[in-house]
Design a protein around this ligand. Structure first.
Ligand SMILES: Cc1cc2nc3c(=O)[nH]c(=O)nc-3n(C[C@H](O)[C@H](O)[C@H](O)COP(=O)(O)O)c2cc1C
Length: 396
């Protein structure tokens, strides 16, 4: 606990997570696809925006409440879906959801989660979204819709940026296998991190808890759960499938992985109530633009009503202020809370959410903004960084 209190920002928690986890597990969280250009750009793009403050505006109290997926949120942040959470800490998704609830924030559970959606819903009454895929077996997708309705989930986020798995080279280098196994390559790193490795190897097994019944039902012999789910990704998914899902669900639905104004407009026309501008945290298409750079065009395309959520690269509360000023309804974070979870379980998630919230409110106060509804384009200015003096190219 004392150590967590010494973390001053997301970057500190990332370092703590790196020390605590075996390298292959840390790299699975931290890494991105190919050259990791999009992963880096997601974060650094925020530095291209300045916050332009108002002064002498009464900021003695600040209104930050909003609604995301139709649900109340204490401030405009939500927790992105992340798979295999038990791999990072034994308390897994429940620890994250409980911390989110204490902060009045929306939690999203991944299809690839290690906690059954019914168990999460039973243990956690807060606002929750289920991240869904349109699988080859449409029956499996329809089954999820029915289970989410029954369990009381408030919204669905349909992930559309995974027609194939991204090329995560760190995982190849580290020899990570899913579920994690001791291999010759990873043995040393696992042995050096007994606080992680012992509970992980002796505790409950890594399970894709929401789909494991399918493999049991198939009595598929040597077919692993991971092979089964890998084989379910469908490259032929199109807009008609989105229309079908929107009708089946008939509730708040965001398309996660939208990047362009055209696709955002098409999402809403197909029955979605919002979009998550996302490149999967740089884990899929390397070279995809940063979400922050797409907000303005997407908002202009869809108008005022739909949720526009900026997902990826947020490492400071001030990043959320910038995204809102550009037109986002809210932001969504993945790695920041996973770093917190790996560093200290539920208390680590709590710490990261507290830090981001404090940064967010402090930034609004310093920017002279007392109501997030009044944030607008005039509070943000785009700047293009020139090379530092002394580093200019010889041709200039
Ligand atoms: C370890 C890890 C697992 C993830 N698993 C999923 C997943 O199962 N489904 C999904 O739609 N996105 C998944 N994502 C992407 C996140 O939902 C989110 O888009 C991304 O983390 C946002 O970028 P950030 O990490 O910079 O906040 C995952 C991301 C990470 C880091």
């Amino acid at each position: 606990m004392a150590q967590l209190r010494r973390a001053n920002n997301v970057a500190d928690l990332r370092l703590m997570a790196r020390r605590r986890l075996p390298r292959p597990i840390f790299d699975y969280i931290d890494g991105g696809a190919d050259d990791e250009w999009s992963l880096r750009r997601n974060v650094t793009a925020f530095a291209d925006y300045q916050i332009v403050p108002d002064v002498l505006n009464d900021v003695s109290s600040i209104r930050t409440e909003t609604r995301i997926f139709g649900q109340p949120s204490r401030w405009p942040l939500m927790l992105s879906p992340t798979g295999l959470t038990r791999m990072f800490h034994g308390h897994a998704e429940l620890a994250v959801a409980r911390a989110a609830a204490r902060h009045g924030l929306l939690y999203s559970l991944s299809t690839m989660g290690t906690t059954r959606l019914e168990n999460l819903a039973q243990a956690y009454a807060g606002p929750k979204v289920f991240q869904i895929y349109i699988f080859k077996d449409r029956g499996l997708t329809a089954e999820f819709v029915a289970r989410c309705r029954e369990a009381g989930f408030h919204g669905l986020a349909l992930t559309v940026d995974t027609p194939v798995a991204g090329n995560r080279e760190r995982d190849r280098v580290s020899g990570l296998s899913l579920p994690p196994k001791l291999t010759l390559k990873s043995l040393f790193s696992f042995a050096c991190h007994p606080f992680w490795s012992l509970p992980a190897m002796t505790g409950s097994k890594f399970d894709l808890a929401n789909v494991s019944h399918k493999v049991d039902a198939l009595a598929s012999g040597p077919m692993s759960l991971f092979d089964y789910i890998g084989g379910q990704f469908d490259r032929s998914v199109g807009w008609r499938d989105v229309e079908w899902l929107a009708q089946e669900w008939n509730g708040p639905l965001a398309i996660k992985g939208v990047m362009t104004p055209e696709d955002a407009r098409r999402s809403i026309a197909s029955g979605a109530t919002g979009v998550m501008i996302s490149n999967h945290g740089g884990r899929q298409l390397d070279g995809a633009p940063a979400p922050i750079d797409q907000i303005q065009a997407v908002r202009e395309a869809v108008g005022e009503a739909p949720d526009v959520i900026c997902d990826g690269g947020i490492r400071r509360g001030s990043d959320v202020v910038k995204a809102l000023a550009l037109g986002a309804t809210a932001c969504s974070v993945g790695r920041p809370y996973l770093y917190g979870l790996a560093a200290g379980g539920e208390a680590g998630v709590e710490r990261v959410l507290t830090l981001l919230h404090e940064e967010f409110e402090r930034t609004l106060t310093l920017a002279g903004v007392n109501d997030i509804a009044s944030l607008s384009h005039r509070h943000v200015r785009h700047v293009r960084h020139r090379p530092e003096r002394g580093h200019a190219s010889p041709a200039v």
